[in-house]
Structures are given as structure tokens and as C-alpha cells.
Design a protein around this ligand. Sequence first.
Ligand code: LLP
Length: 414
Amino acid sequence: MGFSYRKQHLFAEELECEAIAKEYGTPCYVYSRAAMEAALAEYHEALAGCEHLVCYAVKANSNLAVLDILARRGAGFDIVSVGELERVLAAGGDPAKVVFSGVVKRRDEMRRALEVGIHCFNIESEAELEVLQSVAADLKLRAPVSVRVNPDVDARTHPYISTGLRENKFGVATDAAMALLRRASTLPNIEVAGLDCHIGSQLVDMSPLLEALQQLLLMVDQLESEGISIRHLDLGGGIGVRYQDEEPPAVSDYIAAVRDALGDRDLCLVFEPGRSIVANAGVLLTEVRYTKETDAHSFALVDAAMNDFIRPALYQAWVNIQAVAPCKAEPRVWDIVGPVCETGDFLGKDRELALDSGTLLAIHGAGAYGFVMSSNYNTRPRAAEVMIDGMSSHLIRERENIEDLLRGEHRLPE
Ligand code: LLP
């Protein structure tokens, strides 16, 4: 869905990627509207007949057009900063479908979220709960809260993106979470709404997710018996995608298993998917500018770098790299590297490809944690972003220029 090869030419929906690169230049992120909509629909369909919210994790790709597309299809949003909240509002998202995650929410961020009436604050510590009580009291409002439980389960993913182990900074251990919920239920400006959990990202096995769910359900039952009613269960995001040969669970199977575990409990189900909505709805187009052979390696020197797409450098992530059109050169094994002055600046290593100077490459699976993690390192303007919708392309973020990069900086006075 979204990207397909037709006679060895890569298409984004109905448009050829070569033509897109020609029009918008490289490096350039290209997204498929249909692929994003289909991924969201999979969640909604699996949840049909059950009260639910699919809160897309804005951090995965926060372009206004992406949020707009998902909001129009009924998505809510999982945010981690007031900046992300303003993006959701600017994109026409419904604040009543927003959950606010993150370990450090400032008072001003809490205030803004209360003023616009978000669905829930996902609380990660006792100190945070007390600050929220005080901010809500100032505004004479009641803040809906959920407590993020740290279930101490191993999500079996890269350690940087594993969040549900006791040693991680996230959430509150089960016993402490129970105490926190009891405390929350006594605070005048706090309303206990739910329980939440997010144990990690790019999960290819659903058993840790279901293990965490069992803990949450025990807590729900115990709280119920104490007269503290839990209205929603937020199971976070985390479902992985296929970059290479991973076999992540189908969203429908995962949700069916969750619904099964719920039994006849009357709970609204909330999910916070990021990657599984947008990763495979995007590619990064880059052009081979030079090739260089050394005794040890053949390097394809491309115009995208770790500042544009940091996942390979940061997590040793493997992403599929393919030419967007056939090239007459003999296939050989290349390291695909960028212009940034670091040996860690690579997009892929040991890839067998037919390429030459001028060949356009697509880095697949770049729709999630791609542009959003890009930087201006080496004073490199950030890439353009383009949304494809059938036969149409829309520039949804202009390529930065040097003036943009210098804005806000000042020399010292004479
Ligand atoms: N909810 C919370 C509270 C989260 O922290 C995250 C992701 C999500 C939802 C969405 O998770 P997803 O469905 O996308 O797995 N930059 C890393 C991934 C970091 C994920 C951070 N939290 C990467 O490129 O792999």
C-alpha cells in the first residue's frame, strides 16, 4: 500500500518517485496519504463495536498535513509537549481526544492542556501529580488523569527504545501506582480516569504487551473493589513494522487478543500507535552524488546524511535501500554514506545495489522517526517533505535554506 515498484520504477501512489525527486529535489521525504489512512483504519476496524480512541503518537511524524489527514479520519493524539499540542490544534485535531504523556510536563504545559480540555494526563510520578493538582486548582478545573504503570516486562527491543523495565525512567511500579491512584482519588482537582502503559517501540512479539495488560487488569479489578472506578485502559503504542524480515503481529490479531483478555469489563480502550501508522507510509529520496572505491569498501556518497535520518547511526537500525529506477551499472556491494563528517554517518552498509553517480535511492520505512529526528548538524538545511495523494503531490514542508538556519543567531556587539 502506498509505495510499489512497477517495472522496477518506484511509485508513490500514482506518481513516479523519479518525477517527485525532480520536482522537489533531494533529499526529500515522500509520504503516502492512502498508506497512512489504511494503517489507521486497521486499528479502527479491529476496535469496531468497542468504545475506543486511537491516539496517534505525534512524535513519530508531526507534520501538520500528517496530523490533519489522521484527524479527519477520527484519530486522537498522544502528545509529549505543548509544542505537539499546538501542532494538533493547528492541524484541526480534537483536544478532547488528546492524551498527554511524558515524564516532565511543565506547569505552563499542564495549564494549556487543561484550558483546551484534553482527554487525559498520563502521570509518571507522584511529584507530577501534585503539581497537576495545584495547576488545576488555580484554574478551578478538574484534571483527568491516568497513571502510567511500569510493569517491569522486557519488551525485547533495542535498549534505547525499551521503556517498561524497572530500571527505565518511565512510569510507576505497580504497587506505587496503586498508591498513587488512591492518592489521586482523594485530590479535589483530580479525576481518576484510567491506567496506561507503554513498554517500548518496534515490538515484534506481542507477549510482553499481553503480559503488561494482565497486570493492568489485576489493578483495575483491585481498584474497582476499593470503589475507584477506571474508565479507560491505554495500552500505549509499540507494535513493530517490517523493515527487513521482522514478523510483527498484525494489528488485528493484537487487538483481538486484547479484547479477549478484557472479558466483560466495560472499559474504553486507548492505543497510542506511532510507527505502525506512518513508518511504511514514507520514504526518503536521496541521490548518489559520487562513488568512491577504497581497498576496503565501495562507498556510495549520497546527499542525505545522519542529520536527515539518524536511525541507522543511533540504533544501528537496518532500513531497506533501493534504487528508484533500474541502473545499467553492475550490481556490487556498497556502503551508503552521507556528507556529514563522522564515520557514524551511514544509511546502510554492505548493500548489493546497481548504482552510479546520479542514481536516485529510496530509503524505505522512513515515515516514522525520520524527519522528526532530523537536525541541522553541519549546518545542513532540513529536507523537504511531500505528501502524495493519488495523482497529486503536495509540498507539506519547504526545504530549509541557509537564512532559516541563521535566523535568531546574533554576533556580539562591536
Ligand atoms: N506512547 C508513548 C508514551 C511513547 O513513548 C511512544 C514512543 C509511543 C506511544 C509510540 O510508539 P510506537 O507505536 O511508535 O512504537 N525514535 C525511536 C522510537 C522512539 C519511541 C518513543 N516512544 C526509533 O526511531 O526507533
